[in-house]
Design a protein around this ligand. Structure first.
Ligand code: FCB
Length: 487
């Protein structure tokens, strides 16, 4: 046996640095975070317009009214994506721009914007990936009860049909929902996201109706789109680690996995809610809002790929008396209310080591572990990384350029983690960096910069950061350079 025979399989990634051929290289954005033009061409407020105007909810009362003004500058932005050498671009459609009340007929001017965006992308050889829902529920639907109400799922099916009919001939990749965990549990549980409600039962109801909304949208899209279209949902799957190997800590992992991950992967991929989730939450609800036929409807049209958003791992333990505020360290924003229903006896911990400007730990092993877990749990399901990236305190230097070596190091280590997972059998089809450009980072407003491209919000100038140039090289060659050559 030679020395190399004894190396763990993961070590091969260090020598073979090439991504599979056909690997998609993209960047991602979301409507409310970049578009602006909040009251133009018939758009009406979404829950984020309302939430951002509610005192104390968003950093310095900032809103998405103007954001990165992408609505008016999309042609320049597509040129930018093209100059970056990317083969794909993930964006979301603003529901209240195309269907202002969340029901009834579409507004053509709203749809025209997305038609023009898609045309522009295709002319530049960039493949569009559309997300139908990236958190901006029309306010009228929230006023009628929002995601805890079943009818919202029905409305989403109608909306999906409208967008499918408008763009279906030109868009191949469709993502129904972005991170429904955040919509349900941050929106209705901890209240750090719009609409800012704090009711654990409403959060669980929302989770089910989001699953049902996926099912309704998948049916409408399958009905409308050509057979080659690919349907997916994007989840922020939590890669959960126990603080110690004790049985109590392992049970904390199981609980958070149930209400953080399997609450979605169960119905979407396996066709059932996990029994342990129903048991863990039975003192809150009997889940009678799940009606006969719902699970079949959610599961009827299988996912063609699973979208995965990964930023950092989650560390948990059984709570002790010295962990009074169980969710304070979960990385999802400060609130007196936990986003984790029925998990009062779980404590969250921050791993040691480097952090981003969000306070999230930098740990790429979480990404390879997560990809390999999905490979094991969902055999045959292709994976697409629909978001990964980091916020840092970027600032233009005296010469006007923006150097962000920490972001390059973050991207490098995470792309290396993707390669390791691929070498170990994960079927990863592409990677979308979050984000194309700096934008409205939800409750943090414009104070956190995730972009590969810097936005000067006074002038709306776009300045590609060093990481953008680095990423361009990776995307053009399909090859991960040695760390010292990149940073
Ligand atoms: C994800 C969201 C995305 C962005 C990143 C940082 O949870 O999908 O819009 O805010 O986090």
């Amino acid at each position: 046996m030679t020395a190399s025979d004894t190396r763990p399989a993961t070590a091969t990634a260090a020598t073979s640095r090439h991504f599979p051929s056909g690997f998609l290289w993209g960047a991602a954005t979301a409507a409310y975070q970049i578009e602006g033009a909040a009251a133009e061409d018939g758009r009406t407020p979404s829950i984020w317009d309302t939430f951002s105007r509610t005192p104390g909810k968003v950093f310095e009362g900032q809103t998405g009214d103007v954001a990165a003004d992408h609505y008016h500058r999309f042609r320049d932005d597509v040129r930018l994506i093209s100059d970056l050498g990317l083969s794909a671009y993930r964006f979301s459609v603003s529901w209240s721009r195309v269907q202002p009340t969340g029901r009834g007929p579409a507004v053509q001017r709203g749809l025209d914007f997305y038609r023009a965006l898609v045309d522009e992308l295709l002319e530049h050889g960039i493949q569009p990936a559309v997300t139908l829902y990236h958190w901006d529920l029309p306010q009228e639907l929230e006023d009628a009860g929002g995601w805890p109400q079943r009818d919202t799922a029905e409305r989403f099916g109608d909306y999906a049909r409208i967008v499918g009919e408008a763009l279906g001939d030109r868009v191949e990749r469709w993502i129904t929902l972005n991170e429904p965990w955040c919509s349900a549990f941050l929106g209705y549980g901890s209240g750090v996201h719009a609409p800012g409600r704090t009711d654990p039962v409403a959060a669980l109801r929302a989770a089910h109706h989001l699953n049902l909304a996926h099912g309704r949208a998948a049916a409408a899209l399958r009905d409308t789109l050509p057979a080659r279209a690919q349907l997916a949902a994007t989840l922020n799957l939590h890669q959960i680690r126990p603080l110690t190997g004790s049985p109590a800590d392992l049970d904390a992992v199981r609980r958070i996995d149930a209400v953080g991950n399997r609450v979605f992967t169960g119905p979407l991929i396996k066709g059932a809610y996990p029994q342990d989730l129903l048991r863990d939450t039975d003192r809150l609800t009997d889940w009678s809002f799940v009606r006969e036929g719902d699970l079949a409807a959610i599961h009827r049209h299988p996912l063609d790929f699973l979208g995965i958003n990964y930023y950092a791992p989650t560390v948990v333990s059984a709570a002790t008396d010295s962990d009074p505020d169980n969710a304070r360290n979960d990385g999802h924003g400060a609130s007196e209310h936990s986003p984790w229903p029925a998990a009062e006896d779980v404590a969250f911990h921050q791993a040691d080591g480097p952090r981003t400007a969000m306070g999230w730990s930098v740990d790429a092993t979480g990404l390879s572990d997560l990809l390999l877990r999905c490979t094991r749990d969902f055999p045959g399901l292709p994976l697409l990384i629909t978001e990964n990236g980091a916020a840092y305190e970027d600032m233009p230097g005296p010469d006007g350029s923006v150097h962000d070596p920490e972001r390059i190091a973050y991207l490098h280590s995470h792309l290396d983690a993707v390669l390791k997972a691929v070498d170990n059998g994960a079927d990863v089809r592409g990677y979308f960096l979050w984000s194309l450009m700096d934008n409205f980072e939800w409750a943090y407003g414009y104070s956190k910069r995730f972009g590969a491209v810097y936005i000067d919000y006074d002038t709306q100038a776009r300045i590609p950061k060093s990481s953008a140039h680095w990423y361009t090289r990776v995307a053009r060659t399909g090859e991960l350079p040695a760390p010292e050559a990149g940073a």
